[in-house]
Design a protein around this ligand. Structure first.
Ligand SMILES: C[S@@+](CC[C@H](N)C(=O)[O-])C[C@H]1O[C@@H](n2cnc3c(N)ncnc32)[C@H](O)[C@@H]1O
Length: 264
């Protein structure tokens, strides 16, 4: 299958459902809210380049990375004008090369890493990825990720969902086989542990347009009240905002693990 076929089919599928279109719109609004005007973004798992194009057309500098060469080929076709003008830089590499690249790879450090439509669910081991995000970002940067919602009530019709509920409860994650490999569903608490020490989970949002100011503000992490999952259960995706410490913070080893403290 050529990149054009793969990309065209992907775009058709991802644009078919109204709820997916709404999820994309909400995700973009969140990134626009967090990114400084004209800032630099990394689109991790950029796929067909829908978001890379959207943000580049709005004045952002976008580094787009995907480990699937067919998707990269399609993105290169769809975004040729913006790549030629330097607004989008397409990074082609295997995932292991992406992780292993030297810290100073010559690219501008980014203000926001975005990962829309669940690339993080396709990655079994997240800490090395967050270490890489740490190298690629400025102090105070954010990672905004849309992930499959492990509490999504619409999945309760599937046996695998019920079968894995005890694992979700006890371990905070489980993996199910899929065409793309394994899909790992994780609780926000598990993701909060995986992103440390460089990042801290700050907020969790329903992956749909907010219906009121409370939803627009998201849930501050860690949540102060029980029942967070009931507030999230109506959407297939949840959005998480991870924050890197601002300049002037350092990490110091402590007997209970590494903690971030301000410089004194
Ligand atoms: C569902 S698509 C989302 C694409 C795009 N972000 C969007 O919003 O339409 C998930 C993408 O993650 C990419 N992906 C999966 N594993 C990856 C990895 N280890 N590194 C980079 N990209 C990966 C896939 O190739 C695919 O293009």
């Amino acid at each position: 299958m050529t990149g054009a076929h793969t990309g065209t089919e992907y775009v058709r599928a991802i644009m078919a459902r109204e709820s997916d279109r709404q999820a994309r719109e909400s995700f973009r609004a969140l990134v626009l809210h967090l990114a400084p005007s004209g800032g630099a973004l990394l689109d991790f798992g950029a796929g067909a380049g829908l978001d890379a194009r959207y943000f580049a057309e709005r004045g952002f500098r976008v580094r787009a990375y995907d480990n699937d060469p067919r998707m990269c080929e399609f993105l290169a076709q769809q975004c040729r004008d913006l790549i030629e003008s330097g607004c989008i830089v397409l990074e082609k590499a295997s995932y292991s090369d992406f992780l292993a690249r030297a810290q100073d790879d010559g690219g501008r450090r980014v203000d926001v890493v975005m990962a829309n439509f669940a690339p993080l669910n396709l990655i079994a081991d997240l800490p090395p990825l967050f270490e890489r995000f740490d190298m690629l970002t400025v102090p105070g940067a954010t990672v905004v990720a849309s992930v499959l919602n492990p509490y999504y009530i619409g999945d309760a019709k599937y046996r695998w969902w019920w079968r894995n509920l005890p694992r979700l409860w006890h371990l905070g994650r489980y993996a199910v086989p899929a065409v793309e490999g394994e899909i790992v569903r994780r609780t926000p608490a598990d993701l909060a542990a995986q992103c440390a020490p460089a990042f801290t989970l700050e907020r969790v949002f329903r992956g749909l347009p907010p219906r009121n100011a409370r939803e627009a503000a998201g849930i501050a992490w860690p949540p102060c009240r029980r029942g967070m999952w009931t507030r999230l259960s109506g959407s297939r995706f949840i959005f998480l905002v991870f924050r890197k410490a601002p300049a002037g913070s350092v990490e110091r080893a402590s007997p209970r693990g590494r903690r971030r403290r301000p410089l004194t």
